[in-house]
Design a protein around this ligand. Sequence first.
Ligand code: SAM
Ligand code: F3S
Length: 440
Amino acid sequence: MAKVFLRTFGCQMNEYDSEKISDVLRAAEGLEPTGRPEDAELIVFNTCSVREKAQEKVFADLGRVKHLKRANPRLMIAVGGCVASQEGAAIVERAPYVDVVFGPQTLHRLPELLERRRASGRPQVDISFPEIEKFDRLPQPRAQGAQAFVSIMEGCSKYCSFCVVPYTRGEEVSRPFEDVIQEISALAAQGVREVTLLGQNVNAWRGTIAGERADFAELLYYVCEIQGIERIRYTTSHPREFTPRLIDAHAELAKLAPHVHLPVQSGSDRVLAAMKRGYTSLEYRSIARRLKQARPELSLTSDFIVGFPGETEADFQATLKLAREMGFDTSFSFVYSARPGTPAAERPDAVSQQEKLERLHRLQALIEAQARGISERMIGTTQRVLVEGASKRRSAELSGRTANNRIVNFAGPQRLIDTFTDLRITAALAHSLRGELLHA
Ligand code: SAM
Ligand code: F3S
């Protein structure tokens, strides 16, 4: 059986795309995944360009597999994802041993591109945006366990001044309502119990339901009706698209997980405006407050950029203050990375990298302490977890995920795998919880 080595960098969208790349390659070329590049007939890097480090890693990794072509002349190397989308043919110029370059919107064409590469003897590049064609051409999703991701929209039209995503993934495009419902129903019929709706701005989803224009909140009501689906998550949402109706949905839909990932980036209005985020810190606070009114146990996580060009110590203090007030749970924070072609890259930037790293550590220490506090307060409570499989550390134990996205390890029978079960939390560790079955 011929094999593919697939390496994924970056965000959850890329993880999702990689699964689709695997599906496409299995269906069209009969390729099975391998963890060893030496065993592969095809090596695929699904890349990320959101920050500098991610981008440089790609070329370092490509350099490391180049020599494998000498041992196996049939070996093909393909580069997809956001670096591919941004650099296009420049990748083949810098690394001429690359055979195919494809973008996030053309991953379904990978088999054709490989075929054309073989037939023509020349590297193939296709980083176009043929919109939603991709979804129509992908094989039907196959459930793996009781948890599944479903992409409901692609791209981003927000153009934050620091971000490459609108350029690499294109403008926002929503999948039709019927397709989304059909895909989730098919997954539910295969045993999926928890679904995560995915999109770069998932709550910017727009569609037509029964002839009427509909938004993301409405879609959630329909997803809740799908038989078998017991828990629904979504990521990543954008504050600008957080409508009162979406907040109401959190009060009304019990299946909606009480966890929202809502990137804020900064607590300073001056910085938010320069970032072109389209909201003030007061507006963000208002969404968070109303969400917690709607669902008191709701956990809020976020993304932050520290050291945006021109960020002062006072701006950063405003971010710390907001993080404290919001009581954010485990979040992502990054030092600003100037991205070529984005407006923010042109701004004067006086703060030293060392100062930025110090700010990052201060913010991360604060949020880690808050997350630890949340974990500790969970001790003694009952939590419903979706049991995902054997525990990573002790294979005799099971591992499940709470509504607020924490791993709980516990002793229990194998038959609980892929079902929901109630646990009493007995201990909080750094990256997981321990629990015991409530009805042992
Ligand atoms: N759609 C999401 C939102 O509502 O903000 C963001 C998607 S972006 C791919 C993921 C995260 O990467 C952002 O929230 C931001 O914190 C971070 N990010 C994006 N561009 C960045 C840059 N130039 N430097 C540092 N971090 C960046
Ligand atoms: Fe990037 Fe802002 Fe869109 S962070 S993905 S341009 S919402």
